[in-house]
Design a protein around this ligand. Structure first.
Ligand SMILES: NC(=O)c1ccc[n+]([C@@H]2O[C@H](COP(=O)([O-])OP(=O)(O)OC[C@H]3O[C@@H](n4cnc5c(N)ncnc54)[C@H](OP(=O)(O)O)[C@@H]3O)[C@@H](O)[C@H]2O)c1
Length: 267
């Protein structure tokens, strides 16, 4: 799908990957509707895009609030405005031992990473179906295919998002509406600040810059991909885990042991 003249709603636009993706989309000629909670940050990004000759406006929203995703789609399509692509990039993580995750934290994580993208899709589907076209892009994670120690809730949320994306794509076959699931590996952004980034350095986790991830997501959209797993050897491990999970258990035993002190240290 070409991005020129497409109207794209992007959640998580104030974050590390989302910000770079906003510039990437605008550079390819898309009009970008930037969503997040930090209005000032969104304003700065929109102004920077406009100063570069692109088109952007902001639609602040708390996706975890009741009715938030539905209101966001209403605003994005107000007065019959077309919407071509919805990208769910907002997300939060939890690094720590499973028993230390508070119930409100767990609810917030599932609301943001799973319920919000599902509700955004539900709200936009009538619009896309009436148009006879549209693309839903869900930003998952390599941890959505490989359950990772000390990231159990985050892994579970991204497994759920991957399952939803796959099922919805199959449900929509022949409708003109499509679904793309993109799974980045570790990327240097605020989501990994503190103990996670110290752990990643200590275990020599491969790391991407957000610009590279943003370009890969835009390329996947432009190339009509339906699933994209970023990074080598992570792509290979996704397949290995699906076929031979016990081998990956073994491989992660030592890494899990080295990760645990960081997970116990808090942020
Ligand atoms: N960085 C990585 O290592 C990595 C790897 C794989 C996948 N991912 C995925 O990539 C996506 C982007 O992550 P990132 O690395 O760019 O993280 P980030 O820099 O922390 O950005 C997170 C974004 O999510 C938004 N957000 C969080 N809670 C929200 C809520 N309740 N309502 C609305 N927006 C909310 C934040 O907006 P405000 O701050 O304005 O609220 C921010 O724009 C996430 O889905 C993440 O799971 C990241």
């Amino acid at each position: 799908m070409q991005l020129k003249n497409q109207r794209v709603l992007l959640t998580g636009a104030s974050g590390g990957i989302g910000r770079e993706l906003a510039f990437e989309l605008a550079q390819h000629g898309a009009t970008v509707l930037l969503s997040g909670r930090k209005t000032l940050v969104l304003d700065n990004i929109a102004n920077a895009i406009i100063n570069l000759g692109g088109q952007a406006r902001i639609l602040p929203c708390d996706l975890s609030a009741a009715g938030g995703p539905q209101r966001l789609i209403e605003q994005a399509t107000r007065d019959g405005a077309t919407l071509d692509i919805v990208i769910s990039c907002a997300g939060i993580s939890h690094f720590g031992m499973t028993e230390d995750l508070g119930s409100e934290q767990l609810n917030q994580l599932l609301r943001t990473n799973v319920v919000a993208p599902m509700q955004l899709a539900q709200a936009v589907l009538p619009v896309f179906k009436a148009q006879g076209r549209g693309l839903i892009v869900n930003v998952g994670s390599i941890f959505g295919s490989i359950g990772f120690p000390c990231f159990s809730a985050y892994s579970a949320s991204k497994f759920a998002l991957r399952g939803f994306s796959e099922a919805l794509r199959r449900e929509l076959q022949g409708s003109g509406v499509d679904v793309l699931y993109v799974a980045p590996r570790y990327t240097r952004t605020a989501i990994n600040e503190g103990a996670v980034s110290r752990m990643a350095d200590a275990v020599a986790m491969k790391q991407d810059e957000p610009q590279r991830v943003a370009k890969a997501i835009a390329d996947a959209i432009r190339g009509n991909a339906r699933e994209r797993y970023l990074g080598w050897p992570e792509r290979f491990f996704v397949k290995l885990n699906a076929l031979f999970p016990r081998l990956v258990d073994k491989g992660l035993r030592e890494q899990g042991r080295r990760m645990r002190p960081f997970a116990l240290s808090g942020s």
